[in-house]
Design a protein around this ligand. Structure first.
Ligand code: 13P
Ligand code: SF4
Length: 302
């Protein structure tokens, strides 16, 4: 039996579902039950009837799945697949910030740990941050928005709101430079430029569209354009090419690679299913409070 056949047979035996983020390596994307962005994966995790969720992404994503499905076994095939941005703020630091702004509502990007989410009123992803501010927080006088300073900058410009921010950022997206986009545009003049809102404001300013990873997949399918410059982690190109074989995609920078997203391999997925490892656990006291902020998001966008 091939590795893929072994995974498929064990998946059936365990009544498992394999959820995969758009940045995962091609072989892992190809065995997924669902490939998507943070929002889509959270929704899938909250709705599945499987007993076991194998989460191929980074730790905060698997943790979100566990918070939404506390009765299920949630596995991450590599427990060291973390998100450096999520680790840039702690619950303790957020509590100190809240103390300095006692009246503020707290919005956190989904790229945070469970105990940070537990300190927040609302969660958001890059797909719905603007909507969350406009709909859920329209009457808030002060808003703390953590941890991504660049996503906060983008949402502030789109909504006209001011935020109390944190100095977090994604070490992968900041590697995409304005000159990379300018060079790519010169090389491919008809191409449309799509970038992720984790990019710097200077890069965002050069984009035709600013979208979450799922937003990019959706947009490309519907666009009349045939060429696209993709300002995000390079893993997404596999899905874009697979779903749009007649279109052309260009990476503006060859260093936009998230090393943590690449830690999961087919072998590790098989071992995860064989040994039910590595189990993601969130203490119920934290999970309950974190669930509230995620549910507050899903109630608005689901
Ligand atoms: P998406 O929710 O757009 O997939 O983004 C997740 C992420 O970590 C981007 O770096
Ligand atoms: Fe975190 Fe950036 Fe990797 Fe996304 S690409 S998981 S934000 S480090």
């Amino acid at each position: 039996m091939s590795l893929v056949e072994k995974i498929m047979s064990l998946k059936k035996e365990r009544n498992a579902i394999i959820l995969v983020h758009n940045y995962q390596i091609p072989e892992v994307q190809d065995i997924a039950d669902y490939v998507g962005d943070s929002l889509g994966l959270s929704i899938q995790a909250s709705k599945t009837s499987a007993d076991v969720i194998v989460f191929c992404g980074v730790y905060f994503m698997a943790e979100t799945a566990k918070i939404l499905s506390p009765g299920k076994i949630v596995l991450i095939p590599d427990k060291d697949a973390g998100c450096p941005m999520a680790n840039m703020i702690t619950a303790e630091k957020l509590r100190a910030l809240k103390t300095r702004h006692p009246g503020a509502k707290v919005l956190c990007y989904v790229n945070t740990t469970a105990d940070v989410k537990a300190e927040c009123d609302f969660c958001c992803t890059s797909a719905n941050a603007v909507k969350m501010v406009n709909q859920a927080l329209h009457d808030a006088e002060e808003i703390i928005f953590v941890p991504d300073k660049y996503l906060a900058d983008y949402v502030a410009k789109k909504t006209g709101r001011k935020f109390i921010t944190w100095q977090g950022y994604c070490p992968t997206h900041v590697k995409i430079l304005p000159e990379d986009i300018k060079r790519a545009k010169k090389e491919h003049p008809p191409a449309e430029v799509l970038v992720h809102p984790e990019c710097t404001p200077q890069v965002v300013a050069l984009a035709d569209y600013v979208l979450s990873t799922e937003g990019m997949c959706r947009y490309v399918k519907s666009s009349q354009a045939r060429e696209f410059i993709i300002g995000t982690e390079e893993g997404i190109l596999h899905r874009l090419k697979k779903e749009n074989p007649d279109k052309f995609f260009y990476c503006p920078s060859d260093c936009a690679i998230c090393p943590n997203m690449k830690k999961i391999t087919l072998e590790k997925v098989l071992w995860a299913l064989e040994d039910l490892q590595f189990r993601v656990e969130v203490p119920e006291e934290i999970a309950e409070r974190a669930r509230r902020s995620i549910r507050n998001m899903l109630d608005i966008v689901d």
